[in-house]
Design a protein around this ligand. Sequence first.
Ligand SMILES: [Zn+2]
Length: 427
Amino acid sequence: MTATIIRNGRVIDPANKRDEIADLYIADEKIAEKSEIRDQKSEIEEIDVRNLIVAPGLIDVHVHLREPGFSHKETIESGARAAAAGGFTTVVCMPNTSPAADNPSTIAWIKDRAAAVACVNVLPTGAISKNLAGEELASIGSLAQAGVVAITDDGHCVQNHEVMRRAVEYARMVGVPVLDHCQDYDLVGNGVVHEGYWSTLLGLPGWPAMGEEAMVMRNVLLAELCDHHIHCQHVTTAGSVRLIREARARGVKISGEVCPHHIALTDEAIQNFDTNYKMNPPLRSQTDVDALLEGIADGTLSVLCSDHAPHADFEKEVEFDAAPFGIIGLETELGLFLDLLVHKHRKIDIGRLIEMYTIESARLLGIDAGTLSAGAKADVTLIDPELEWTVRVDQFQSTSRNSPFDGWKLKGRAVRTIVGGKTVWKL
Ligand SMILES: [Zn+2]
């Protein structure tokens, strides 16, 4: 038996409503009681973490690890390292790989690969439709059997409401949540930036807020009709926040997540045509950012995540219209959210931030993670909430460098990441 004692930290474990200065005990791969440590005679590692926060290992429910098929952008191994460096012990990867994760053998490949090379827990999602084409349903039952934690066509969106209805009904039958990238293709057309002042001024095709809101509304109606959970991915508009807030108040099983770039930046940032500000959904207006902040503050938006979307330099270094959407996020998201939500705008306290990254995410997916209860797997993140640091993209663990946050000064970051009792990353 190996044991670790993490001494004198501020233990924040929202699942157990704990926030106190205490010691945390780890025996082998699990969180332990103090008595279990005293009883055993083998070597004990002690770490003094005065002034640090001891949190359950953080979970990111929305990342793209790009394998199989696009290992020049990221691999499961490098993506997992980036997650560890960002303070994440569990990541949920999206199915828009090549081949697409729309079948049990691709899921098995991802799980095998992760077991062999990933330093954090990697949980795959399966596609809603075959090849994410939105036409024919993937075999959702077989995907659930293969161990997906959710289904989603992320990057794409099922347009046919009848197909989506059957997907939600199957998902309910096999007990997995539905995650949806909300985008109405007709309304969005070839839009690349938020439809508004800046799209007009710069002459770039607009991606209207309603292109997201129409699908959020569709999902509210389907969640209600099918009595099953639908989670709206990367919510960006004031209208979406309002729709989700109203539906939740009525008891509809609907939820939403927020990515840091959608509150850190507005569409004003696109005026230099830098493709690191091109994402889907796009950066929105200040009014939308304010509504997202209110949605986070009042609990309407319950999950934080990155939408980590690596692309190689040669892919991003093209004209704005032609560049792929998305930015990397695993190594900046905790710093950005701590800096913006907790320190700068004071919208939530650090306990709620940890709750959104742990038990809220675990509850959404129905997974056994996100707590520091005795007997739980020893996934732990140590956080220095006051540490001031500068983002240096060239030092990132990710294979890609597509981030608009290079050079940003942030307050707060993870300083050590522990997975199953083993330190997998340390500042
Ligand atoms: Zn998406």
